[in-house]
Design a protein around this ligand. Structure first.
Ligand code: AMP
Length: 631
């Protein structure tokens, strides 16, 4: 087998030949007639004329050879449940769920919003949508009513699928109240709401709209629903992600390109094979959950583990116990989870037989060297960083373990993957920067299969957001800074925009600011991401109050800070809650009125605030300093 360099070079030089071969990794009902239609840059259509189905490739395809092998393994340390569904059982569950959705009026192209905890029914619902050609939009269960409402308004789902509650660290998180509030807030109300009752929390039903999952399921026990063959470019799902504006973007994914990209990544990158077990600790609400809990492993014929729980309950050995018990071959987690475990007794790692594990993959945020070294030494297995985004759906940079085990550098997520023509560009000139020089990580289009095809309902926003930021060039911007060393290894240096990354989750500071500003006592606010040892970054707010009496005493400040946090909890979810909210009488701004977020962030991190020649009132910066370092 040729080395990876030749593999990568061919993927760009002979794009259609390369991807035409990769297309054979999945089942097609009708074979594609054209590999890539790039007649309307930057929009790319992959595997034109081919018809396929994600659910067929993830489930039905494996029935002839491994119907009785495990497909979906559900483990909840929150409810003490372990259930294994074979491919045959998964097929039956998904068919039934597909019939239920059809009975609720869902057809091809209709959107179904899934607001679910990490339970098997969430995966059934996703796969059922794929089966009937409906477009799912999974919203992370940790998001609250306003976040949910904005997604309902944009996706305009015909049906919402939800459950009574999630559970985190032993605490029940009721969903129904938030969901009802979100539907009340939204302008585009769903016709029906399908509710799964876990019997964890009250689930008041709205007559005529809400339907009980178990009751409806009884009417479709042995349902057989044929797959809907979709043209390769037809959308499979929408997944919302935060950007620099307050409105989340709906990342739209196709069908055939995504299936091929995932199948190829399981083979060339993750080195996962039929019959093996894949364990990703992510959540179906994130892109990792879509690509590497649900679709990727199943498309590769692997068993996939859905885990509801934290890395430290009942104790810090739980993830490794799962690896041992289910003979996990490929594991995927986030650096934050490993940093949490690093603070615990290392004996937990030694306690379990981890011999089945080939590789631990970490992604979602920068992987620092101490964490990487610690876990690699403790496991005695390759620990591989991979860098990608919701938009790309699969790794941009990593080490392709399925092709060759290359020397890895601590702190580097590796090199560009096949299909990605990655460049580091100067932010002002758009020219390529030299070795070890900082530039914007950009991808020369067409984006490879599996990447977002557009912003849902807004082609112009897709072009403007992603392809218009580098001067003089129509290239895709990741909005990350990077450098490349003399060996071709990349290093990611942080975002070029106001997006922050908390424990591997992307949050837009603008959304948090909008939420804080909705508190009646707040006039203005700036939120910045500040380095945090455990979570990578945490949001910190600096707010100007309308009435100085609200912050006249330390008690009053604390009270207002608590209220502001509650507002964010209720609107966006605890995940977006600022770590601290400091109160000031004015925000540092340029003379043209732009908030100096970078300077605020630098002060919070104890760094030099940089060029302040344009500042309107230096006193504002002093207030930030005083708030961060009270005397
Ligand atoms: P999301 O779309 O929420 O997965 O966030 C993607 C962003 O997370 C990227 O643009 C990076 O800023 C960051 N990110 C993801 N993976 C890595 C990684 N391996 N190393 C450094 N940053 C990462």
């Amino acid at each position: 087998m040729p080395g990876f360099d030749a593999f990568h070079a061919r993927s760009l030089a002979d794009r259609d030949g390369f991807w035409g071969e990769q297309a054979a990794l999945i089942d097609w009902n009708a074979k594609p007639t054209q590999v890539c239609d790039y007649s309307r840059p930057p929009f790319a259509k992959w595997f034109v004329g081919g018809t396929t189905n994600l659910c067929h490739n993830a489930v039905d395809r494996w029935l002839p050879t491994q119907a009785d092998k495990p497909a979906l393994i559900f483990i909840s340390t929150e409810t003490d449940t372990e259930e294994t569904y074979t491919f045959r059982q998964l097929h039956a569950e998904v068919s039934r769920t597909a019939a239920m959705l059809k009975a609720l009026g869902v057809g091809k192209g209709d959107r179904v919003l899934i607001y679910m905890p990490m339970i098997p029914e969430a995966a059934f619902a996703m796969l059922a949508c794929a089966r009937i050609g409906a477009i799912h939009s999974v919203v992370f269960g940790g998001f609250a009513s306003h976040s949910l409402a904005s997604r309902i308004d944009d996706a305009r789902p015909r049906v919402i699928v939800s459950a009574d509650a999630g559970s985190r660290a032993g605490k029940v998180v009721p969903y129904k109240g938030l969901l009802d509030e979100a539907i009340a807030l939204s302008k585009n109300k769903p016709a029906r709401v399908l509710m799964f009752d876990r019997k964890l929390a009250a689930m008041p039903m709205s007559a005529g709209r809400d339907v009980d999952w178990a009751t409806l399921a009884l009417q479709h026990v042995n349902a057989q629903v044929p797959v809907e063959w979709l043209e390769s470019s037809e959308p499979s799902y929408i997944l919302y992600t935060s950007g620099t504006t307050g409105t989340p973007k709906g990342v739209q994914r196709d069908t055939g390109g995504y299936a091929v990209a995932l199948a190829a990544s399981m083979k060339h990158i993750y080195d996962g094979h039929p019959g093996e077990t894949y364990f990703s600790t992510s959540d179906i609400g994130w892109v990792v959950g879509h690509s590497y809990i649900v679709y990727g492993p199943l498309i590769a014929g692997m068993a996939t583990i859905m885990y509801e729980g934290t890395p430290v309950r009942p104790d810090a050995g739980i993830l490794w116990k799962i690896v041992q018990d289910y003979k996990v071959a490929v594991m995927f987690s986030a650096p934050t989870a490993i940093r949490v475990l690093k603070k615990q007794d290392p004996a937990y790692l030694a306690k379990y037989d981890l011999s089945s594990l080939k590789t631990l993959w970490l992604a979602g945020e920068p992987l620092d060297e101490p964490t990487s070294r610690w876990i690699a030494d403790s496991l005695g297995r390759p620990v591989v960083d991979n860098y990608w985004q919701t938009e790309t759906g699969w790794p941009i940079l990593t080490y392709p373990m399925g092709i060759e085990d290359r020397p890895r550098k601590f702190g580097s997520p590796g090199m560009p993957m096949y299909g990605y023509n990655v460049k580091l560009l100067h932010e002002n000139t758009g020219e390529e920067v030299g070795v070890n020089e900082k530039g914007v990580v950009a991808i020369v289009p067409p984006l490879p299969p599996g990447c977002m095809t557009t912003v849902w309902g807004d082609d112009a926003r897709f072009v403007k957001t992603y392809f218009d930021s580098v001067p003089g060039k129509q290239v895709y911007s990741t909005f990350d800074w990077g450098i490349k060393d003399e060996d071709g290894c990349f290093f990611i240096l942080g975002r070029t925009d106001d997006v922050i990354n908390v424990a591997g989750h992307r949050l837009g500071t603008r959304e948090i600011e909008e939420s804080i500003s909705s508190h009646a006592g707040i006039a203005e606010v700036a939120v910045v991401g500040v380095a945090d040892q455990l979570k990578g970054q945490v949001p910190i707010g600096f707010a100007v109050v309308k009435d100085a009496r609200d912050i006249a005493t330390p008690e009053a400040r604390r009270k207002l800070e608590g209220e502001v946090m509650k507002t964010v909890d209720g609107q966006l979810g605890a995940i977006a809650r600022p770590y601290r909210v400091h109160f000031v009488t004015l925000l540092p701004k340029t003379r043209s009125g732009k908030v100096l977020r970078r300077s605020i962030q630098a002060i919070c991190e104890g760094r030099d605030p940089g060029d302040l020649t344009t500042i309107e009132d230096p006193g504002a910066l002093q207030q930030v300093k005083d708030a961060v370092n009270p005397v």
